[in-house]
Design a protein around this ligand. Structure first.
Ligand SMILES: [Zn+2]
Length: 345
């Protein structure tokens, strides 16, 4: 039997999607795809490396069936979400967890996971754009593949996408979600309550269209979609999985078609932020005045100089401005940090 067949057979029996994905990515194997198997509650199809489609057996439940995407590992070194998703697959395989909606589980960037890096050539989570015209590399090919898979997966309505991440930095608010740019559309208070019930009460409202996986799902398919940051990056085996019990439980309830207990939305129970400025690396003279170890959501007194490039300076001008995702080591033209301020809805 070929190595591919052995690996897939093992996967069919133990549901270890991560192990299978790592093997297939290392072999750059194409031969094992579009294999369908049956697990206790669903038909399972491996569409491509790390892309698993699960369709429930039997009639749809009384409430309308949903199309649920749960993705992880879009950044290869963010291991906790990969472990959460892998456990979900194992639980479905064993029959402990029953699939009642169409479910797409995605390990985003397998080669970067093997390398233990955020990405191999460029940041995958900037590449989910329909008219992407950058050069071809592993991530651009992967982004196109993932967008094609979403296109065949989503329905007319009831689309949901949770894209799970962990952050490079420590954070004043350990878990937070990014609500993709909505334009004039209202945001979903039920979704915010779902996030709250999952241990996430800090929400950052995005200010502009983006090349993120979650923005793509929301913008093109109207999915309730979020980038969810679950804490700080750690290596495989170093994550304390007790930190993720709430989100894991609620994702499983959602997959099983059960009601997730949520409270009525109350803005007082949330930390809500909007973006007030994007700091961009403008040239080789650009200087960023933030220390390496600053935490996400650290606030600055009004008038603090955050960055400068010659005469072009950025000083905080709103009360309680703070920054997220600071990363001074980006090429000229790319984002160094987002400056945010408290907001209300
Ligand atoms: Zn990430």
């Amino acid at each position: 039997m070929s190595t591919d067949k052995v690996s897939f057979q093992e996967f069919a029996e133990n549901g270890d999607l991560l192990k299978l994905t790592m093997r297939q990515a290392a072999l750059q194997s194409e031969s094992a795809f579009l294999k369908s198997i049956e697990w206790p509650s669903c038909r399972v199809t491996l569409i491509d490396t790390g892309i698993l489609l699960l369709e429930p057996k039997g009639p749809a439940p009384t409430s309308e069936r949903k199309n649920i995407v749960i993705s992880c590992g879009v950044h290869g070194n963010e291991t906790a979400p990969i472990e959460i998703v892998n456990q979900i697959v194992k639980d479905i395989c064993s029959g402990q967890l029953k699939v009642k909606s169409s479910l797409l589980l995605i390990i985003g960037n397998p080669l970067a996971i093997i390398e233990g890096n955020r990405f191999t050539a460029e940041n995958l989570n900037r590449l989910f754009k329909e008219n992407l015209n950058t050069g071809e590399n592993y991530e651009t090919i992967r982004a196109k593949k993932l967008m094609n898979v979403l296109k065949s997966f989503y329905g007319e309505a009831n689309n949901i996408h949770y894209d799970l991440h962990t952050a490079i930095r420590a954070s004043v608010h350990e878990k937070f979600a990014i609500y993709p740019y909505q334009g004039d559309k209202p945001c979903s208070l039920d979704q915010l309550s779902f996030l709250q019930a999952s241990g996430i009460n800090t929400i950052l409202f995005s200010h502009a269209p983006a090349g993120t996986f979650s923005y793509h799902s929301n913008n093109v398919y109207g999915a309730d979609a979020f980038t969810i940051e679950l804490g700080q990056v750690k290596n495989f085996g170093k994550n304390d999985m007790r930190n993720f019990l709430d989100i894991s439980r609620n994702l499983k309830l959602l997959i099983q078609g059960e009601v997730v207990p949520i409270r009525k939305f109350d803005a007082e129970e949330f930390n809500l932020f909007s973006v007030c400025h994007e700091i961009i690396n403008t040239s080789d003279n650009f200087r960023f005045h933030i220390t390496e170890d600053i935490k996400n959501f650290t606030t600055f007194p009004t008038g603090t100089l955050l960055s400068e490039d010659g005469d072009n300076q950025y000083r905080t001008s709103n009360r309680d401005e703070s920054i997220v995702f600071p990363n001074p080591n980006v090429p000229v033209g790319q984002r160094v940090a987002l400056v945010i301020k408290p907001t209300d809805i």
